[in-house]
Each structure stands twice: as C-alpha cells, then as structure tokens.
Design a protein around this ligand. Structure first.
Ligand SMILES: [Ca+2]
Ligand SMILES: [Ca+2]
Ligand SMILES: [Zn+2]
Length: 309
C-alpha cells in the first residue's frame, strides 16, 4: 500500500486510515465504497484531513504539500499582512481581471498521451467553472514529454519532473497530467508557496480524470477545476472541520469532513447551512460539483493580488 504508507509516514490522515478500506479500488472496478457509508464513516472519524489533493471515494490516499492547522495559520497571517500592505487601489487594480496562461505538461509513457481535443475540453471546463469569478484561462502551450517513470509515479518524481519542465512565472499555470494511480486524482501547490519554490508551482492531475477519461464519476474535468482552486488560494470546504475559521470563506458553510458521491442534504456541522457538497472545493462526484461562491471568488482575487499579480 504505497499511498497508505506515505500517509502513515507523514503522520497524517490517522482517522482516515482507521476507517478506509484496506484495499484500494482498481481503476477499472465498480465505484468504491457507497457514498452514504463513506460519509457516515467520515463523520465518525477524526477531524477532516487538511489534504489539498482530491481523492476518490473510499480512498486512503493522501498527497504532498498538505497544510496542517499550524501551516494554515501561518499562511493566513502572511496573506493578511500582504493584503493589508497592498492598499485599496493596488488591490482593486490587481484583481480587476485575471488571465491565467495555461501550460499543459502532458507526461506520458505507454499511455497518457492525451489528445489536444481532450485538453481543449479541460480548458473549456475550467473557463466555464471560473467565469463567474472573473478568471479566464488561455492556452499558452502544450508540451509533451515521454518519460515512463514520471508518468507512472509523478509523486515520487515530482521534484525531478517539475525542475525539468516548469515554465513561466507566477501567472503561468503548469498543468501536469500523468497516471496518479487508483486513489489520488490530483494535487496542487498554493500561491503563497510560489516565492520559495517557484519550480514546484502548479497542479498535477490524473490523466484519466480529464473530460471523457476512464475514471467513472471523476471524468468531467472537475479535478482540474478543484486543483486549480487550490492553486488560486482556496482551501477545501472541509478545511478545519466544524470549528475555527474553516476554509476562511464566510459564505461556504462549515463541513466536518469531505463529502463523497452526492449526498444531498448532508449537514455535518451544527453551524448554519447544509454542507457545501456542490462546491468545487469539496470531494463530491464531478456531476455533483458546480459552484464557487462569491466569497471564494473574492479570496481567489485577493490571493492573486497578494502572490501572483
Ligand atoms: Ca466557510
Ligand atoms: Ca451545518
Ligand atoms: Zn483538494
């Protein structure tokens, strides 16, 4: 269990490994644990993980670059300090319209050389999802790299791969596609990490999660939408669980743990509002997630002004 091992080694997801199935669902298998069962189990486990990768239902996977509570607190302190220093006019100007240059980094081996048509669909999905937030994605380039090791183990080779391929500056989205295995759908870096680790900036996405891919329930391109949300500075809607400041966005109701499937009416925190299961920053099925809130849009623009403008 390579990924469970990663989680244990990092001291993360203790609650998750306690309830998750011992065996990972195969890509070609039927959907993983029934959503209601998984959700019920999640309510019983420790506070939600702080992962900023997206995983499949029932997965034990976790990912790199996770912000724990202490790291989130430090990130928010820096963010508020930067926003405060920017001043109103600079902040307004910087956030007036955001155009993101997309560099598709197609890493492939014996499979995974996804078509230009599929990448275009992925771009369209993101432009649709972010339209109400005032964010536009334009295609800068598509770079195709044949490397069987990077393709089949992008976690293990992340640093090597990104050091070799990363292109552009803070406003360039490096969108890597590779085979992330049977559990993990994608992961991302945050805007605040750009300054110290510019080469690592970007998102890594399971190539089978692109529109029309083989990952049932996760093949409409919303893993890309979700991971880019992190890249724009958003946390999960379940960040921090029911207590504290959660995802630092006031119009997303607090949520104890990730939603899986599409559990309509799910309400895991006593604070006002049902769980935001339709939000792109939850873990619901692609067909279930379709919105960013005005508060998230504002946070993305503020994060852009603070770290990417
Ligand atoms: Ca919230
Ligand atoms: Ca509630
Ligand atoms: Zn995530």
């Amino acid at each position: 269990m390579k990924r469970a091992g990663i989680a244990a080694a990092a001291g993360l997801l203790a609650g998750f490994t306690a309830y998750a199935p011992a065996a990972a669902p195969a890509v070609s298998a039927a959907p993983a644990a029934p959503a209601r069962t998984a959700a019920a189990a999640a309510r019983d486990c420790a506070p939600a993980a702080d992962a900023h990768a997206r995983v499949r239902a029932g997965s034990t996977a976790t990912e790199r670059h996770q912000p724990g509570t202490a790291k989130v607190a430090a990130m928010e302190k820096d963010f508020q300090s930067r926003i405060g220093r920017l001043g109103a006019s600079a902040r307004t100007k910087a956030a007036a319209a955001i155009t993101v240059r997309v560099h598709f980094q197609v890493v492939y081996g014996s499979a995974g050389n996804v078509s230009d048509a599929t990448l275009k669909k992925q771009l369209d999905v993101m432009n649709s999802a972010y339209a109400s937030s005032g964010v536009t994605f334009t295609l800068a380039e598509t770079k195709r790299t044949k490397n069987a090791s990077w393709f089949s183990d992008p976690e293990g080779y992340e640093t090597q791969m990104k050091n070799a391929l990363h292109t552009g500056n803070a406003q360039d989205l490096n969108f890597y596609t590779a085979d992330l295995g049977d559990e993990l759908l994608g992961w991302a870096t945050f805007p605040s990490e750009y300054r110290s680790s510019p080469k690592m900036d970007g998102v890594v996405i399971h190539y089978q999660s692109l529109p029309g891919g083989a990952l049932t329930n996760y093949n409409e391109g919303d893993t890309g939408t979700h991971e880019v949300g992190h890249w724009m500075g958003l946390y999960h809607t379940f960040q921090g669980g029911c207590s504290g400041q959660g995802d630092r966005v006031s119009d997303t109701p607090a949520e104890q743990s990730p939603a899986q499937g599409c559990p309509t009416g799910r309400d895991t925190c006593s604070s006002a509002g049902a769980d935001p299961i339709h939000n792109f920053m939850d873990y619901s099925y692609d067909a279930c997630m379709y919105e960013f809130t005005p508060g998230q849009s504002q946070r993305m623009r503020d994060q852009w002004a603070a770290y990417r403008a």
